[in-house]
Design a binder for this molecule. Structure first.
Ligand SMILES: NC(=O)c1ccc[n+]([C@@H]2O[C@H](COP(=O)([O-])OP(=O)(O)OC[C@H]3O[C@@H](n4cnc5c(N)ncnc54)[C@H](OP(=O)(O)O)[C@@H]3O)[C@@H](O)[C@H]2O)c1
Length: 313
C-alpha cells in the first residue's frame, strides 16, 4: 500500500474554512496500538468545538490536527504488544481525544480503546455509536447509578446522546421523560420514551420528584432542572459544570461527565446491538470532501441522530 493517505485536518483554529483535505503519511502504530483502515467516522459537536478552539483551555491539541473521534473500520496492522486483535478484524472505537482522529483513511488507536464492531450494524451505524453511547452509558449507569423503577428526565432525547440515553435507561428498567420539539415526538417514542415534553410549548420544570436528570443542554435547561429532582436526586450534565452550591440548596447531587474511552463498555454495547436491543438512527451522511457540510449540519443543533462521514465504507 502507498505510504500516504487523505486526512481532514486543521492547521489553525477557526470556522469551517480551516478544514483542509491533506495528503499525509499513514501513521505507524506503536507497540500498544492498532492501525485502523477507517470505513466510517462520525461527527460529534465536540469536533467543531475543538475546531473553533473552544476547548483549548482544557485539551491542548497540537496542530496540524486530524479531527473526528468516532471510528469503525478494519485492523490493518498491530503493535508488537497487541494480542487481542488481528489484521482484518472489524472494530470500532472512541479513541483518546487529544490525538489525531478518524477523518482520515487510516488512524492509530491504543488497543485498549478498541472493541470488535457490532456484527449486525453497518460501518456507518457502528461509527455512530462509540462517543455518544459511551457518554450515555457513563452518565446514566456509572455516575447517576440509575436503577430499575426510577424516573429519569433526559434532555434532548432526539439528539445523538439523548437517543442512546433513552434506550439505555429503558434497558435498565427506568421510566423515561424526555424533552424535544414536536417534530421528534414519534422518534423518541419509538426509542421507548414514556413521556415526551415539547420544550418549545411546555414547561418541563413543572415535573416533580424525579430521581435523575441527564442534562445534555446546560444553560437555562440546567437552571430549570434543579427543582424537578426529589431530595437526594442526582443530576449529571455533559454540557455545563453544575454548581455545587446550587445542588446543595436543592438537596441533590450533581456531577459533570466527560466521556472516556472504554473498550469493555463498547463490547457490551455491541452485544446489545447484536441482540436487537439497541439501535442507531443516522441523520445524514457525507464524504471526506464534505466535512465542512457535515459540521454545518451538526452546528445547527437540529440533528436527529448521527452524522456520518463515509471514508471507505
Ligand atoms: N461531556 C461530554 O463528554 C459530552 C459527550 C457528548 C456530547 N456532549 C455535548 O452534549 C451536547 C449534545 O450532544 P449530541 O451529540 O447529542 O448533540 P446533537 O445530536 O447535535 O443534538 C441535537 C438535538 O438536540 C435537540 N435540542 C436542541 N435544543 C434543545 C433544547 N433546548 N431542549 C431539548 N432538545 C433540544 C434537537 O432537537 P430539536 O430540533 O427538536 O430542538 C436535536 O435533535 C453537545 O453540547 C455536546 O457537545 C458532551
Amino acid at each position: 500500500m502507498s505510504d500516504m493517505m487523505k486526512a481532514v485536518q486543521i492547521n489553525d483554529f477557526g470556522d469551517r474554512s480551516v478544514l483542509a483535505l491533506n495528503n499525509v503519511a499513514i501513521p505507524t502504530p506503536n507497540e500498544n496500538d492498532v492501525l485502523i483502515k477507517v470505513r466510517a467516522a462520525s461527527v460529534n459537536p465536540v469536533d467543531w468545538k475543538i475546531r473553533e478552539g473552544y476547548l483549548q483551555p482544557l485539551l491542548s491539541h497540537s496542530l496540524p490536527l486530524t479531527l473526528g473521534w468516532d471510528v469503525s473500520g478494519e485492523v490493518a496492522g498491530v503493535g508488537k504488544n497487541v494480542t487481542q486483535f488481528s489484521v482484518g478484524d472489524a472494530v470500532y472505537s472512541r479513541p483518546e481525544i487529544t490525538k489525531n482522529g478518524s477523518y482520515a483513511e487510516y488512524m492509530t488507536v491504543s488497543a485498549d480503546e478498541v472493541a470488535l464492531k457490532p456484527k449486525t450494524l453497518s460501518w456507518q451505524e457502528a461509527a455512530g455509536v462509540p462517543l455518544a453511547a459511551l457518554t450515555a452509558w457513563q452518565s446514566l449507569y456509572e455516575l447517576a447509578q440509575l436503577e430499575a423503577g426510577e424516573r429519569v428526565l433526559i434532555h434532548a432525547g432526539s439528539g445523538a446522546v439523548g437517543q442512546f440515553a433513552i434506550q439505555l435507561a429503558k434497558l435498565r428498567g427506568a421510566t423515561v421523560y424526555t424533552t424535544t420539539s414536536s417534530r421528534n415526538t414519534d422518534l423518541v417514542l419509538g426509542l421507548g420514551a414514556d413521556h415526551v415534553i415539547d420544550y418549545r410549548q411546555e414547561d418541563f420544570s413543572t415535573l416533580k420528584d424525579l430521581d435523575v436528570v441527564f442534562d445534555t443542554m446546560g444553560g437555562e435547561t440546567q437552571d430549570n432542572s434543579w427543582k424537578t429532582l426529589k431530595k437526594g436526586g442526582r443530576l449529571v450534565s455533559i454540557a455545563k459544570n453544575p454548581d455545587e452550591a446550587t445542588a446543595a440548596e436543592h438537596g441533590v447531587s450533581a456531577v459533570f461527565c466527560f466521556v472516556q474511552p472504554n473498550s469493555e463498555q463498547l463490547a457490551k454495547l455491541a452485544d446489545l446491538a447484536d441482540a436487537g436491543q439497541f439501535k442507531v438512527n443516522i441523520d445524514s451522511e457525507f464524504t471526506l470532501n464534505q466535512v465542512a457540510d457535515a459540521h454545518e449540519r451538526s452546528e445547527t443543533g437540529r440533528a436527529q441522530g448521527k452524522i456520518i462521514i463515509n471514508v471507505s465504507a
